[in-house]
Write a protein that binds this ligand. Structure first.
Ligand SMILES: Cc1cc2nc3c(=O)[nH]c(=O)nc-3n(C[C@H](O)[C@H](O)[C@H](O)COP(=O)(O)OP(=O)(O)OC[C@H]3O[C@@H](n4cnc5c(N)ncnc54)[C@H](O)[C@@H]3O)c2cc1C
Length: 288
């Protein structure tokens, strides 16, 4: 690994100024789980690392019934999984964070680092998209708030400008009847990363789902909302046949990745299976 200077700015403004001044020679570092691997493999060779460790503004997890949830970008996956407010108000998010990767990565990797690296084979982006989350970016010239769809641009590419940091993630407050289900499909039990994942969020009223958000992740370059299937499920009395119809729709519409971990056709088939199981589980149909 190439030598680098390690910078530890005490404020967000100072960190953004460093990122702006140093440009492409510089990388921000949170937990380092992705960055250090990329540097060891010489995929990245920054001359300067800007550590985010002293930036208290990027820490903490808070909930307000009106504002919703705020997760500081430096929150580790284990912090999200263990947070009492996340467990109480966003159980799908807590469940996702508690299952991703392995204990070492969950204890070191941050949610912010996960989103900024934009690796497709990850869990939080799709789950947060289903929850209609926003990201707050802080830059040398102020802050901006983006939806997950606006933030995630492509394979390993986000809307972050070179002077910007991800400051926090915001999730709207849950409405009465909010329900969600997150499922991840692994190619083998020994593998940590998902080949496919599915996040389904909606409001249940008299057994019918409203404001349905169905997102597939890991199988596409960036998570994809299954809008046709969402419309099919909206307000419907969902049976196993409806779940199968929605799953077939998602599988037909999706533009799946193909790589050494799985072909596009295999991913497409597993997307269908995972969507069907998720709908059945959320609507309590699995045991019928
Ligand atoms: C063995 C292994 C298994 C894994 N399995 C899974 C899995 O199953 N599911 C899953 O979702 N993920 C998985 N991951 C990915 C893991 O979640 C990420 O590596 C981790 O969350 C990255 O966070 P970090 O704090 O370590 O980021 P870092 O490595 O510090 O940074 C990653 C990138 O994000 C940038 N960055 C970090 N924080 C910010 C910020 N606040 N603002 C702007 N830029 C920032 C850095 O400059 C860098 O480019 C796995 C990783 C490993 C190593």
């Amino acid at each position: 690994m190439r030598d680098f200077d390690f910078l530890e700015p005490p404020t967000v403004a100072e960190a953004c100024r460093m990122l702006s001044d140093l440009g492409d020679d510089c990388r921000a570092m949170a937990g380092g789980t992705a960055l250090m691997l990329a540097m060891r493999q010489r995929m990245l060779s920054p001359t300067h690392i800007v550590s985010l460790a002293r930036l208290d503004a990027l820490r903490g997890i808070d909930f307000d019934p009106v504002q919703g949830l705020r997760i500081g970008a430096l929150s580790r996956h284990c912090d999200v999984a263990r947070s009492a407010v996340v467990q109480q108000h966003y159980p799908m998010l807590a469940s996702m964070a508690g299952r991703l990767a392995n204990p070492q990565v969950r204890n070191q990797g941050t949610l912010g680092g996960n989103l900024c690296y934009a690796d497709p084979a990850t869990d939080p982006p799709g789950c947060l998209m289903a929850l209609d989350a926003r990201v707050v970016l802080a830059g040398a010239h102020g802050e901006r708030v983006l939806s997950m769809q606006e933030f995630l641009v492509d394979y390993y590419q986000t809307a972050l400008q070179s002077d910007e940091l991800l400051r926090e993630i915001r999730v709207p407050p849950p409405l009465p009847g909010s329900a969600g289900h997150y499922a991840r499909f692994l190619r083998t039990a020994a593998e940590h990363r998902p080949l496919v994942n599915v996040a389904l969020a909606l409001h249940l009223d008299a057994g019918r789902g409203h404001a349905v958000r169905l997102v597939t992740g890991a199988s596409t370059a960036i998570p994809t909302r299954a809008t046709r299937a969402e419309q099919l499920l909206e307000g419907r009395l969902v049976t196993l046949a409806v779940a199968a119809e929605a799953a077939a729709m998602v599988a037909a519409d999706i533009d799946t990745l193909s790589d050494q971990r799985g072909s596009a056709d295999y991913r497409r088939a597993m997307v269908g299976v995972t969507v069907q199981r998720s709908i059945a589980a959320l609507f309590g149909l699995a045991q019928q």
